[in-house]
Design a protein around this ligand. Structure first.
Ligand code: 13P
Length: 252
């Protein structure tokens, strides 16, 4: 059985003292079981401090983005080498907010996914459709293409290790969750796309998360679906208690 992965994406929130307090409250309470993995995706300036703070605990630390090159003249950017050097384990790639506001494309997502593996980081690759695309019945084609392009050129072993997060853009921060059936249908489609690119054995290993207004009240229903293996959570991951409830749901 696939493990469940619960990742809290703080986005551009919290000051350092709040980040440290959150980890103080959460890290020792993450269940010891391998059934569930808990990750906080924190702003760059806190990564070093949080990696140190979570050392020896089950809570993992992720970055929310990175550049695809190892180094160079890219003012303001952060490289995979730097993240690895800090001890970060995961990196979110291609979040819809980066696609919408920071010119992230399927091509840069692919480059960043390769870069993550080249430096021993596990990528959490985000895909998802806008409301217009859903209403035009483009969801499956669009999400399928996003996934195909993201994993292009990766080895089967790397694909098996990739975490895919299906986040319909219209469900992010809106309080509107996709129904668990609709979310599962897209996640199952993503698995089929991966199967076509690799094999059933590999596709069955890939962790596929759902994201978009996940909260303690709806997480169990979502996680009970056949192809939803976790959640990428924004708003409801900001409070320690709520995040722990989400992680707890992953053990059921
Ligand atoms: P919300 O959980 O706030 O809808 O955000 C989802 C998200 O974008 C996580 O990456």
């Amino acid at each position: 059985m696939r493990k469940k992965v619960i990742a809290g994406n703080w986005k551009m929130n919290k000051v350092l003292a709040e980040a440290n307090q959150f980890v103080d409250e959460v890290a020792s309470k993450v269940p010891e079981t391998d059934q569930v993995e808990a990750i906080v995706c924190a702003p760059f300036p806190y990564l070093s401090s949080l990696v140190e703070q979570t050392n020896g605990t089950k809570l993992k630390v992720a970055a929310q983005n990175m550049h695809f090159d190892d180094n160079g003249a890219y003012t303001g950017e952060v490289s995979p080498v730097m993240l690895k050097d800090l001890g970060v384990s995961h990196v979110v790639i291609g979040h819809s907010e980066r696609r919408e506001f920071f010119a992230e494309t399927d091509e840069t997502v692919n480059k960043k996914t390769h870069a993550a593996f080249n430096h021993g980081l596990t990528p959490i690759v985000c895909v998802g459709e806008t409301l217009e695309q859903r209403e035009a019945n483009e969801t499956m084609t669009l999400v399928g293409t996003q996934v195909e392009k993201a994993i292009e050129g990766l080895s089967d072993e790397q694909i098996a290790e990739t975490i895919v997060a299906y986040e319909p853009v219209w469900a992010i921060g809106t309080g509107k969750t996709a129904s668990s059936e609709d979310a599962n249908e897209v996640c199952a489609h993503i698995r089929q796309v991966i199967k076509k690119a690799t094999s059933e054995t590999i596709a069955e290993k890939v962790v596929i998360q759902y994201g978009g207004s996940v909260k303690p009240a709806n997480v169990e229903e979502l996680l009970s679906q056949s192809d939803i293996d976790g959640a990428l959570v924004g708003g409801a991951s900001l409070e320690a208690e709520s995040f722990l409830q989400l992680v707890e749901a992953g053990t059921k």
